[in-house]
Design a protein around this ligand. Structure first.
Ligand code: NAD
Length: 428
């Protein structure tokens, strides 16, 4: 989320400029790629349960569609800003390119707090969003998906509204829908599992045993929970997770030296990924300040909450024992922190590679929805695993060959691919 000191769009542009310089990219390509091609700003007047009307600000940003229709989630958050959506749309362009998916990058957002809305009010926000943007999205233009605080149910309401307006069945208009309502099996798990497929390959390359590996995770929502699930299934130990506490309006981390019991914690967590603090303490978890998730003596840190989690101010709090950071969240590490981490020889697996499992499975969902033919879960997960493994090796091998950080290698692959597509189309 953007604030006076942190602007994710400026951060995304700074990351882009660094690689544009290294690639000696033409000025016209720089001008095209460092800003979105289109963006929509609109207001959503929503009837509230008390009979009044509340107006929510909403956005849809389409960064680039040279490789295919735009793709990217819709976030509901009280601190959402246009610059956050711009940054996320830009990172989606690089993500689809590095994952070798024939799609572009987009993102949406509504400034609202679903934790303060009733189900009916949330439904009206979803339907109103589609009423305002339906002409500018669609299976061949721009395909939204869930993100922070949006769920399969939100996607279903949005699809239903789009179909009401268009007068037909368009399951390919949106992904992350509930299974049996046009959703793909494996989509809910996909982002978190994708993070762990990549981590598993990295550990293999480093000749390390995943069963001997410990991790601390920031967040306990969709991405964090499924990353923890697969990591634990592979034999790893998660000693800490963290989350936002809506009552106290601050984050806490929850620590257990022997490792968390995932199902036990899930049982006391709400649908927004907030853990019940009293119940967690009763079950023997130590409740610590939110930032403590990165201070534990573990092998791997997995930021899986929001942007701006690891900054030049808190890098020094990360213990020497930690030598891998793999990003589940989008934009959790600032460029300044990246430089300091490189000085420490930390292996940083960049967000738009590590969390590409979500969009990869969303792409599979689009293919299935457009054909109205759905694959078994094993097939989806096998395809996902192959795709994430191959994206990891593309980036890892380039980073090794050129002796550069993984983020730079991932950016080089994706910027070159998108730039070539723009040139091939004759845009520049
Ligand atoms: P979510 O809403 O399901 O979960 C977010 C989690 O972060 C919650 O547990 C929340 O309590 C926690 N959180 C919020 N503020 C926090 C703070 N200050 N400190 C600690 N925890 C905090 O969201 P999600 O879908 O899991 O997304 C998490 C991140 O992953 C986001 O950056 C999102 O853009 C990115 N991402 C999500 C997907 C996806 O498929 N859902 C795909 C790619 C990337």
């Amino acid at each position: 989320m953007a604030d006076e000191e942190f602007n994710p769009y400026e951060m995304a542009q700074k990351q882009f400029d660094r690689i544009a310089d290294k690639l000696d990219l033409d000025q016209s390509l720089r001008d095209l790629l460092r800003e979105p091609i289109k963006e929509y700003h609109f207001n959503l007047p929503v009837k509230m349960d008390d009979g009044g009307t509340k107006v929510f600000k909403a956005y849809r940003v389409q960064h680039n569609d040279a490789l295919g229709p735009c793709k990217g989630g819709i976030r509901f958050h009280p601190d959402e800003t246009i610059d956050t959506v711009r940054a996320l749309a830009m990172w989606m362009t690089w993500k689809t390119a590095v994952a070798d998916i024939p799609l572009g990058g987009g993102k949406g957002g509504v400034i609202c707090d679903p934790r303060e809305l009733s189900d009916r009010e949330e439904e009206r926000v979803c339907r109103e969003y589609i009423k305002k943007i339906n002409k500018n999205i669609g299976p061949l233009q721009d395909v939204p998906a869930p993100d922070v605080m949006t769920s399969p149910q939100h996607m279903l309401w949005m699809m239903d509204e789009y179909e009401n307006i268009e007068g037909g069945k368009y399951p390919g208009v949106i992904t992350g829908k509930p299974q049996d309502m046009g959703g793909s099996k494996g989509r809910t798990e996909a982002t978190g599992y994708g993070v762990i497929y990549v981590l598993r390959e990295l550990l293999k390359e480093l000749d390390r045993d995943i069963e001997e590996t410990t991790a601390s995770i920031q967040g306990f929502g969709n991405v964090a929970q499924y990353a923890a699930e697969l990591f634990i299934e592979y034999g790893g130990t998660v000693v800490s997770v963290s989350c936002w506490d809506q009552e106290d309006k601050k984050a806490y981390s929850y620590y257990k030296e022997d490792g968390i019991d995932l199902e036990e914690l899930r049982g006391i967590t709400d649908r927004f990924g907030s853990i019940d603090k009293e119940k967690a303490e009763e079950k023997g978890y130590e409740r610590l300040p939110g930032d403590d998730w990165l201070k534990h003596e573990v092998d791997v840190l997995i930021p899986a909450a929001l942007e701006n989690a690891i900054t030049e101010d808190n890098v020094k709090e990360i213990p020497e024992a930690v030598d891998i950071i793999i990003s589940g969240a989008n934009g959790p590490i600032t460029p300044e922190a990246d430089d300091l981490l490189e000085d420490r020889d930390m292996i940083v697996v960049p967000d738009f590679l590590a969390n590409a499992g979500g969009v990869t499975c969303s792409y599979f969902e689009q293919v299935q929805s457009n054909q109205n033919y759905y694959w078994p879960k094993e097939e989806v997960l096998e395809k996902l695993e192959n795709s994430m493994t191959s994206a990891f090796y593309d980036v890892w091998n380039l980073a090794q060959e050129k002796d550069i950080r993984m983020r730079d290698a991932a950016y080089m692959i994706s910027i070159e691919k998108v730039a070539e597509a723009c040139e091939a189309r004759g845009w520049v």
